[in-house]
Design a protein around this ligand. Structure first.
Ligand SMILES: [Zn+2]
Length: 324
């Protein structure tokens, strides 16, 4: 049985229940956390055992103040999801084989070679960008464009404020713009520092209004605290700054204006439409369940493009895992 409630529940015929990315820890079940984005970290898991990576465990402690042990289970195999550092897809081996992608990306990126497909009976796939218009350029190409834009600003004596979520994009951008020894806000600084324990080294400086005030050189600031730090930077810099944002949504021409930034780049940590279709095709599942974003529309597109049975995993709907 597969259904969506408090994350996604998968139960095998032998009674084993798995709860994938629950909002709240689910007692008596195997709880699995795919990655360390805040909206994927459950509440009430302090002192519990959860299937997750060591990086996700550290982020759970840092972001939710919860200390949980890492659980391993004979029916679960963790695979690189290529989404953010420490992100996992989960392969469940029971009555059928089931792959849950969580948020995932198949493109080779800064810290991952990308999620790799596996042959599976049932695929539960995220569909954040499951619509034909979302085709992202290769990471290397976008990365080069970001570097060129930042270099041009600095050359022009303009500082650059980069808006990024504290986990995921912030590390990619800290890495990409390392030659500028970028300033980062305290949330990003804490995460970058925590990741050092896992072998990730970042060149960064903690954002400090005083040191910026004294600085006569243009600088790069990476921040998730948009309003507060833009205001501070405005006071220090006047007009001598440019703002930059990165997101898969930047494919939409209105994104830049909606965000109120000078530059926007389509750098995403998710699979784009073409990646999704290729990944599903190569996993060769009997049935596909889509979740997040345009789940309903994407399920129809999977049926149209690949001829594979596909349906959105919606609240209140239960599917037998032997559907196919
Ligand atoms: Zn995510």
């Amino acid at each position: 049985m597969i259904y969506q409630k408090n994350g996604i529940c998968v139960s095998f015929d032998d009674g084993t229940k798995f709860r994938l990315d629950p909002r709240t820890y689910s007692p008596g079940e195997i709880n699995l956390i795919s990655h360390g984005h805040s909206d994927h970290l459950p509440t009430r898991c302090n002192g519990k055992s959860v299937v997750m990576s060591d990086v996700t465990q550290a982020l759970l402690k840092l972001r939710k103040c919860a200390e949980a042990d890492i659980l391993s289970h004979g029916s679960v195999r963790a695979l690189d999801a290529g989404h953010v550092i420490g992100s996992h897809m989960f392969f469940l081996d029971g009555d059928h084989t089931i792959l849950y992608t969580g948020d995932f990306c198949t493109k080779e990126k800064f810290f991952s070679r990308g999620a790799q497909p596996v042959d599976v009976d049932v695929l539960i796939v995220e569909s954040t960008f499951g619509s034909e218009e979302y085709i992202f350029p290769e990471t290397k190409k976008v990365a080069a464009q970001i570097q060129e834009s930042v270099a041009a600003c600095i050359e022009n004596d303009e500082s650059v404020i980069v808006l990024a979520y504290p986990f995921g994009k912030a590390q990619e951008l800290t890495h990409l713009l390392r030659d500028y020894d970028p300033f980062v806000d305290s949330g990003i600084f804490e995460i970058n520092e925590a990741l050092k324990d896992f072998g990730y080294k970042f060149r960064h400086q903690l954002f400090d209004e005083m040191s910026i005030k004294e600085s006569r050189e243009p600088f790069v600031l990476i921040t998730s605290r948009r309003a507060k730090q833009l205001k501070a930077a405005d006071e220090q810099l006047g007009g001598k700054k440019r703002t930059l944002a990165v997101s898969g949504w930047a494919i939409n021409s209105g994104f830049k204006y909606f965000q109120g930034v000078d530059y926007a780049f389509a750098l995403s940590d998710h699979a784009d439409f073409r990646d999704l279709i290729n990944f599903i095709d190569r996993c060769n599942p009997d049935v596909v369940y889509t979740c997040h974003g345009s789940a309903k529309r994407f399920a129809r597109l999977v049926r149209d493009h690949l001829g594979i049975e596909a349906m959105p995993l919606e609240r209140g709907q239960h599917f037998l895992s032997n559907y196919a």
